[in-house]
Design a protein around this ligand. Sequence first.
Ligand SMILES: Nc1ncnc2c1ncn2[C@@H]1O[C@H](COP(=O)(O)OP(=O)(O)OP(=O)(O)O)[C@@H](O)[C@H]1O
Length: 200
Amino acid sequence: MRLSAENISFRYTNERYILKNVNFHIDSGEVVGLTAPSGFGKTTLGKILAGYLKPESGRITIDGNDIKGSSFYPVQLIFQHPEKAVNPKWKMRKVLEEVEMPSEELMESMGIQQGWLERWPSELSGGELQRFCVTRVLSEKTKFIVADEMTTMLDAITQAQIWKTVLDYAKLHHIGVIVISHDQALIEKVCSRIVDITLG
Ligand SMILES: Nc1ncnc2c1ncn2[C@@H]1O[C@H](COP(=O)(O)OP(=O)(O)OP(=O)(O)O)[C@@H](O)[C@H]1O
């Protein structure tokens, strides 16, 4: 399966183009780093790939076909701020169940304690909450993941634990992972290919 961004142009207002005729692709099972200097549109492209923003021109396709807006989008975005990604009125069990209840094995390898399932989002630390946001996209319905500064706010040990779980899961289920990060060492460690969207 191939996720492609074809000739994507985008601007937030009528002024400057953030992205101009950008092309990008990733195949199932690949881990690809997306780099560019700050402000050059990495997050914007990630949001377009995940269907959060519509490009002014160009297409996002999977195997050449437009992505249909079914109930679950096959390209899932995980971003830096988990508190903005969960419904504050739902307990964590419901947050997970909205997609599908993950296996106990997956929750354990993500370091989620069973007792946290009965808590509200406001009763968890940012790092604990991010484990839920990452876990809920590790679903059979997900075909590609956009990890935008996914572990930036976490300590080194938690970062390593989360990345190991995500990469193991992606490998097993043949999910493509797009990595957006300012941590060059992380990108070089986990990615098999690095694309600079300021070039070409
Ligand atoms: N909602 C918005 N409205 C207007 N401009 C925006 C909006 N979001 C982002 N921008 C602008 O679009 C440009 C690209 O932002 P984006 O976050 O995609 O860049 P980035 O490459 O991910 O940056 P960084 O590496 O600093 O995270 C920036 O100049 C930013 O100020």
